[in-house]
Design a protein around this ligand. Structure first.
Ligand SMILES: Cc1ncc(COP(=O)(O)O)c(C=O)c1O
Length: 393
């Protein structure tokens, strides 16, 4: 049979969770599963600046003719200036952060067959499949200390001591998914040292800028790294911080050891994009371009983003005030960044949260903190207490 070697693919558990949540008729249900920002009413709103930019575009855009495979170069430069205070960096517009990661992985695999990429786990569940699809060898380092819920960055740095020259390293730029643990600059200093000393290529995945410590604070590690190492790839997503998820807005930035190498790498990335999807969709990037090019829209967008960050910080603090709930210590959530935290709950406890309390979360124990309204925090904590007692009984 033509496709006889294929075995069935299991569907994405988060999508199945979304379906069950929608079908649940309990009015006090809570969705902490899906990784999108939510306001206190549980909505994922369109930013006012995005609405205004879309209205302007609808009137002003005079053609839908093709762009090139690199997308809109002005969008790429405006984004680099805003996000990193960089000018004249090489990069191309991509199909979201995922598209940027895939192009980066294809480039890494194409330029050195059999190349490894070092990946600390737990991580975003799509990292492994993306790198495998590009035929990179994935070297996994388990970094979570389950007793403290801390992410052991020092273990990662130590493991990189065993990497071969040319190996790649995936680093989360900020707001780690799923742990929320964001290392400080001393980690980035140490990472830069190992990367430079061993001739490694960092691939920084930055998908949540502005939702952690602050706008430029969230790219500080990446900027430090870029100053210290000769080669770097940075996969950027605008889908969370502009609320453009389904419009698929991202960029891939690349620095080579010299301008000639940078140009060569960019040329290959453009060719890879061309052979894959020809060119990225325009609409979302055109919206981001309009916002970043207009002072008023830019201010409105940043104010809304700052509000989202503040809301997440308050929720983290409200959860952390409850301290230890059985085996789950909520205290460290106060120091975490971004929407996610990983709770050490068993699958049975997570299922019980869903069936008995209407609380939906991934079996990994990851919660999307933004899925909570502030008045739901106490009920969530009560449910955490209840499922642990019941499980122990
Ligand atoms: C860590 C991480 N990187 C990249 C992405 C991809 O984002 P996008 O939706 O722009 O493809 C996500 C999305 O959830 C993510 O969590």
């Amino acid at each position: 049979m033509a496709f006889g070697d294929l075995s069935p693919v299991t569907s994405d558990p988060v999508l199945a969770l979304m379906g069950r949540f929608r079908a649940d008729v309990r009015p006090r249900k809570m969705d902490l599963g899906v990784g999108v920002y939510r306001d206190p009413q549980g909505n994922t709103p369109v930013f006012a600046a995005v609405k205004a930019a879309e209205q302007h575009l609808a009137g002003a855009q005079s053609t839908k003719s093709y762009l090139g495979s690199e997308g809109d170069p002005e969008f790429v430069q405006l984004l680099a200036a805003e996000a990193f205070a960089w000018t004249g960096v090489a990069g191309l517009q991509t199909v979201g952060g995922t598209g940027a990661l895939r192009l980066a992985a294809d480039l890494l695999a194409r330029s050195q067959p059999g190349r490894r990429i070092w990946l600390g786990t737990p991580t975003w569940p799509n990292h492994g499949p993306i790198f495998a699809a590009s035929r990179l060898e994935v070297a996994i380092v388990d970094l979570l200390d389950p007793s403290t819920q801390q992410y052991r960055h020092d273990v990662f740095l130590h493991a990189l001591g065993g990497a071969a020259a040319g190996d790649a390293v995936l680093l989360h730029g900020c707001c780690h998914n799923p742990t929320g643990v964001q290392p400080d600059l001393s980690f980035w200093e140490a990472a830069a040292e190992v990367i430079a000393a061993r001739g490694l290529v960092p691939l920084v995945d930055i998908a949540y800028q502005g939702l952690g410590r602050g706008w430029l604070e969230d790219s500080a590690g990446l900027r430090l790294l870029a100053r210290r190492v000769p080669r770097l790839l940075a996969a950027y997503s605008c889908d969370k911080n502009f609320g453009l998820y389904r419009d698929r807005v991202g960029a891939l930035f690349v620095t080579g050891a010299n301008p000639g190498e940078t140009n060569l790498l960019l040329g290959h990335l453009v060719a890879l994009a061309r052979a894959n999807y020809s060119m990225p969709p325009d609409h979302g990037a055109a919206v981001v371009h309009s916002i970043l090019a207009d002072a008023d829209l830019g201010r409105s967008w940043r104010a809304e983003l700052d509000g989202m960050r503040t809301r997440i910080r308050h929720l983290r603090a409200a959860l952390a005030r409850h301290g230890r709930i059985g085996a789950v210590d909520l205290g460290p959530l106060a120091d975490g960044q971004g929407m996610f935290a990983l709770l050490p709950l068993s699958v049975a406890q997570i299922d019980m949260l869903q069936s008995e309390h209407g609380i939906y979360m991934a079996h990994s124990g990851r919660i999307n903190i933004a899925g909570l309204a502030e008045e739901q925090v106490d009920r969530f904590v009560d449910a955490l207490t209840a499922v642990q007692h019941k499980n122990a009984a």
